[in-house]
Structures are given as C-alpha cells and as structure tokens.
Design a protein around this ligand. Structure first.
Ligand SMILES: [Zn+2]
Length: 274
C-alpha cells in the first residue's frame, strides 16, 4: 500500500543514518490509525517528548502499537529546535511578588519578525504576554507600561518588584509609573543577562514551543502567529510544574477548562486552521 509521507517520515534529512532508516521502516509498519493518533497527541501536549507521550498512553490504557508509535515518533518541528539545557531551581517566593519582564523575538515561516513582551511571576512561574508586536511597530516605553497595566495589573494587582533588562523600552513612563505606585523597579547589569536568568530561560521554552509549531505548520501572518502564541502560552502554563502543581493551579486554585474534544474534534495548538 502506498502511504503518504508526513513530516516525520519525510526525506528532508540529507544524511540518513542506519538507525533512522530502521526507525522509518518500523514507523511505516504501524497502522495509520496509531500513527495519526500519537502524532495528534504529540501536538496537543505541546510537542512533548516520547517519554511523556508514553505516560499519557499508559494512563489511558492504550494498545501496544500506540506505545511503539510513541517510541518511534519523529517531528520536524522538534528536530528543528535543539534540546533544552538544564535549568536551576529558583528561590521560594510568592505569586505577584517578583515579576521578570523581558522581550524576545520570534519569526514566522516567511521570516517576518515579531517582538513579544513577556511577564513571568518568578514564584509560581505563571507566564503572561500581551500579544505579538511587530518589530517595525517598535515598543515605546509608554506602550510597554500600558500593556503591563492591561495584562498584569488589571487582573493581578500591584506587584512588589519588577526585574527587567536595561532596554530602551524599559525606560520613561514604565519605571516611573510603577515606582509611583510603590513597586520596586530593578534593572539588571548591562552585561549580566544571568541576573534575569529565570525569565530568559522560561521565555526560551515558550519561544521553543512557538517555533516548533510555526516550523511544523509553515505558519505565517499576524493572526496565525497570535493564535499560536496564545495556545503555546496556555500549554506552558498548563504543563509546567512547580512543586507538583501547574502555574495555573498556583494562581487560580484549579486547572482551567480544556477544549472539548467531542464537539471540536482534534483542534489543538498545532492544528489551527491555515
Ligand atoms: Zn514536535
């Protein structure tokens, strides 16, 4: 039977090792149903590794073939991103005590750049970001302050300490406005990015999820990037663990509602309509 090759079985890899050849042969022996189901699960759980996928399948009492598929799965999006280095455990702090503020850049499949402002609670690791902002639009200090008020202060109240880098977007109205409301505004050293380490690291994890999805879907355009951004953020807040609980549980006291698979099919983070 001729089988249509999907991304993880594609012949886009120039040098194919013997191990990879064997893996592909074994993958093709699996039923289409098992391959599709495991692939969807991999996407739905934020491009999780095989180990996590196996645990999910075990919890749902899946058949042996599905476990084999979880072991053999290979995703172009994940291959594109390198494995994450080890992270350090931060000190014990409360929600909304210290907030790390950072900006990172993402690119869609057409190479269009977006600047993403990101707010991270350093205690609970609850992550929030306003939306993607195009590089060309430039983030002026007034705009950053407005975004922070809209997306953080409005819902979470005033924090104790804001930690940022010495970027031009973190000057002017932003520090003045926060300081006037009793927030300690702390900027890190010019050549000491490690002082904002946890915020940078968490931003990199989020960026990794976004890039995996973008690369896999070949997604481009403002609307789709914003959609991917929102779902990647949800996935991260839902799947990270701080002492056994997700950031969402620490902040809201319960897990959020997930999309209903019965009524919405398998629509998920990596399966947005193009
Ligand atoms: Zn993946």
């Amino acid at each position: 039977m001729t089988r249509k090759k999907r991304c993880w079985n594609s012949s886009s890899y120039r040098t194919v090792t013997a191990e990879e050849t064997t893996r592909r042969q074994q993958w093709l022996k699996l039923s289409r149903q098992a391959g599709t189901a495991v692939r969807k699960l991999h996407r739905q759980f934020g491009h999780c590794p095989s180990r996590v996928l196996t645990e999910i399948l075990r919890a749902s009492g899946s058949r042996a073939e599905y476990f084999k598929a979880a072991k053999l799965i290979r995703c172009d999006g994940c291959e594109h991103e390198k494995p994450k280095p080890q992270e350090h455990i931060a000190e014990d702090i409360q929600f909304n005590q210290s907030i790390g503020i950072d900006i990172f850049e993402i690119k869609d499949s057409n190479g269009k750049r977006y600047s993403v402002l990101s707010f991270l609670c350093l205690g609970t690791l609850y992550h929030r970001q306003p939306s993607s902002v195009r590089q060309a639009d430039r983030l002026v200090p007034n705009c950053v302050y407005q975004m922070f008020n809209d997306k953080w202060t409005q819902n979470m109240g005033f924090l104790e300490e804001a930690i940022t880098e010495r970027g031009w977007h973190n000057r002017g109205d932003f520090p003045r406005g926060l300081t006037a409301r009793g927030v300690q505004f702390r900027t890190i050293g010019v050549k000491s990015p490690e002082q904002l380490g946890r915020t940078e690291r968490r931003g990199a994890i989020l960026k990794g999820i976004i890039h995996r999805v973008i690369n896999e879907l070949k997604a481009s355009g403002d609307d789709i990037v914003k959609m991917i951004l929102a779902e990647a953020l949800y996935t991260k807040n839902f799947q990270s663990r701080v002492r056994g609980f997700t950031p969402m549980q620490w902040v809201f006291g319960k897990l959020p509602r997930q999309y209903d698979k019965r009524s919405h099919g398998s629509w998920s983070i990596a399966e947005c309509p193009r």
